[in-house]
Design a protein around this ligand. Structure first.
Ligand code: KIV
Ligand code: NA
Length: 269
């Protein structure tokens, strides 16, 4: 069983992958991945949206609950959707609370910034473990103008480091660093006690996270820092083609898939 405390000072790098359904969660969990993130990347991967903004809290709760049902050992982290955090403090607490109370997640992840330091402290005090997320925060795509690398000047990198310290101080149990220079991620990792989990942040973070559909080869557009480790799309297409051909040729269903009940009389007699 992975616990938030057990992530510190480990010998091997921490592994995290996204999942959005029980079926995938079962496979990820069986592969002994440490953490499963029910990312708001569900928007672009399984829900067909262009960016992550349209995902609702209800959708995220539903997918998180499905992942929890498929998971025995991994720590399940529910990503908080756009505007479910930060509009109002008590609403934020209730929204994050649903992820644990209703969906059964172990922790939540917030896209972090200066506005999430206090709420991270509050949630942590209430018993809701918080994973912070700095660097590229895709819910800000409309200000960023694209999914560009962050922390590319000394000043910008210092800002990320300072926010990382603030969130550690506020009680975050881990920090996702997305799309920042490897040397910046390495320095932030050194400066913190809590583990960093990188995505497009070089090899020196305490762990790595990727979107499972990128890893498995299910997504057409992958970010430059992703890596495809398999071709599940090809395997799916092949099985779907084979099914269609079998039905069209009459090969399916075969005798072993069918049952004739002799005791039923001819109905039209
Ligand atoms: O939503 C997501 O998949 C994420 C990871 C890329 C960290 O936030
Ligand atoms: Na996300």
């Amino acid at each position: 069983m992975t616990t938030t405390r057990g992530l510190r000072n480990r010998e091997k790098p921490i592994t995290m992958l996204t999942a959005y359904d029980a079926l995938t969660a079962r496979l990820v969990d069986a592969a002994e991945i440490d953490l499963i993130l029910v990312g708001d990347s569900m928007a672009t991967t399984v829900l067909g949206y262009d960016d992550t903004l349209p995902v609702t809290l209800d959708e995220a709760v539903s997918h998180t609950a499905a992942v929890v049902r498929g998971t025995d050992d991994a720590l399940v982290v529910a990503d908080m959707p756009f505007l479910s955090v930060g509009v109002d403090d008590s609403e934020t607490v209730r929204n994050a609370g649903r992820m644990l109370q209703e969906a059964g997640a172990d922790a939540v992840k917030l896209e972090s910034g200066p506005h999430t330091v206090e709420i991270t402290d509050r949630l942590t005090q209430l018993g809701i473990p918080v994973m912070a997320h700095l660097g590229l925060t895709p819910q800000h795509v409309n200000q960023l103008g694209g999914y560009t690398r962050q922390g590319t000047t000394t000043e910008a990198a210092e800002e990320i480091l300072s926010l990382a310290r603030d969130h550690e101080e506020a009680g975050a149990f881990a920090l996702v660093l997305e799309h920042v220079p490897a040397n910046v991620a390495a320095e932030i990792t050194d400066a913190l006690e809590i583990p960093t989990i990188g995505i497009g942040a070089g090899p020196d973070c305490d762990g790595q996270v990727l979107v499972s559909s990128d890893v498995m080869g299910l997504t057409e557009d992958q970010p430059p820092f992703a890596e495809q480790f398999g071709d599940v799309a090809a395997a799916m297409s092949e099985s779907i083609d084979s099914y269609r051909e079998a039905v069209e040729s009459g090969a399916f269903p075969a005798d072993e898939h069918s049952h004739v009940e002799e005791s039923v009389d001819d109905l039209t007699d």
